[in-house]
Design a protein around this ligand. Structure first.
Ligand code: PLP
Length: 369
């Protein structure tokens, strides 16, 4: 049983090095403090059409964009509902990709897992082999960035393989990647790709973004069992007709999104990608010097590094002490298996090599490295 722990009026500010939520700019937080307005007012059309079109520009895609009040998990569910009648191939290589397979099973789909050990990446040739087996999959799912292990899967190459099977749709969970790791969505047959804004978009949580190809939209139209809330047709047709959302959105978070998307457009996806590569390289070099890296070489994430705790430090105690003494918070390993065996540094969103360096200095000090 959970007891109530009364929320207090003040808590110390902590700098977040989590793989989401992460640091949010002050003016983006401030943007939420507006008097409320109605979601059917013209002002809402201005706001929603601005965020949708700016997102398309930032992500460099001609596909359709949905910005929905939800966390990203909502799209893990609705995309399967929208596109899969029966058979689904789920590539699994860690906790979040396994969650995707579990969700699909709960929806009553017949799921074949293409399973990898945690820490290893999904290989395009294995996806090809599974597709060649003749199972006639409605869709293939793959996570772009397995946040539990720090693996970045080669979704571009996997997308090129799936694109050879026109009746099979490609669904990508890019929740901890988009905004910090560029992918040419339109060039690699990615039918659906989604993210949560509290990750590399560096936003307060509350919205999920999904990019939908025309083929995926058309496919959903043929289905009787598409999702209502996260249905492509319902959300995109509403946008087409009214420039608004089908139900009441988290308006303050959308105001923040508008502000942050302007910052992201100003930086541009190339510069943002480059900054994330530099942070990832810095963090990996530091991890190699003191520990080791959990993810397979050549497939390491640009937004989160999973450090293998080869020194046997007390991960929980170190996190606690760094938080107490430096007001910085990083993450332990994900789940019971990796809890103490690894720890994770989120280098995404607003962070820089310099700010990541401040954290690694703090860890060195506390863990006496
Ligand atoms: C790869 C991945 N998928 C799914 C999720 C779940 O996202 P949300 O909490 O926004 O629903 C996460 C969250 O960390 C994630 O990293």
């Amino acid at each position: 049983m959970t007891n109530k722990r009364e929320y207090k009026d003040s808590y110390p500010d902590k700098t977040l090095y989590l793989p989401g939520p992460t640091e949010v700019r002050e003016d983006v937080i401030d943007a939420m403090c507006e008097p409320m307005f109605g979601h059917r007012m013209d002002r809402m059309t201005d706001l929603y059409t601005t965020v949708v079109e700016d997102t398309k520009e930032f992500l460099d895609t001609d596909n359709e964009v949905i910005v929905l009040t939800a966390s990203g998990t909502a799209f893990m569910e609705s995309t399967v509902q929208n596109l899969v009648d029966e058979n689904l191939l789920c590539a699994t290589c860690g906790s979040f990709s396994e969650r995707q397979a579990n969700i699909a099973e709960r929806l009553g789909k017949s799921v074949d897992r293409l399973e990898y050990d945690w820490g290893t990446a999904v290989k395009p040739e294995d996806v090809r082999e599974a597709l060649e087996s003749g199972a006639e999959y409605d869709a293939v799912t793959c996570v772009m960035n397995e946040t539990s292990t720090g693996v970045r899967n080669p979704i571009e190459e996997i997308g090129d393989v799936v694109a050879e099977y026109p009746d099979t749709y490609f669904i990508v969970d890019a929740i901890s990647a988009l905004g910090g790791d560029y992918v040419d969505i339109d060039a690699h047959g990615i039918d659906v790709i989604f993210t949560s804004v509290q990750k590399a978009f560096a936003m307060p949580p509350g919205l999920a973004v999904c990019v939908v190809s025309e083929d995926a939209y058309e496919r959903e139209r043929e289905k009787e069992s598409a999702a209502w809330y996260g249905g492509f047709q319902r959300t995109l047709d509403y946008y087409d007709r009214k420039g608004q959302t089908h139900s009441t959105p988290a308006i303050p978070v959308m105001l923040a999104y508008r502000k942050q998307m302007k910052h992201m457009l100003e930086e541009g996806h190339e510069a943002r990608d480059q900054r994330h590569r530099q942070m990832a390289e810095y963090t990996r070099d530091w991890a190699r010097k003191h520990f080791d890296l959990f993810a397979e070489e050549g497939y390491r994430s640009r937004t989160v590094t999973c450090v293998e705790n080869t020194q046997g430090i007390d991960v929980e105690a170190t996190i606690e002490q760094v938080s107490e003494e430096y007001d910085m918070v990083f993450a332990d390993g994900y789940g019971s298996t990796l809890g103490q065996q690894t720890f994770r540094i989120g280098h995404m969103g607003e962070h820089t090599v310099e700010s990541i360096g401040a954290l690694t200095d703090a860890i060195e000090d506390v863990a006496r490295l």
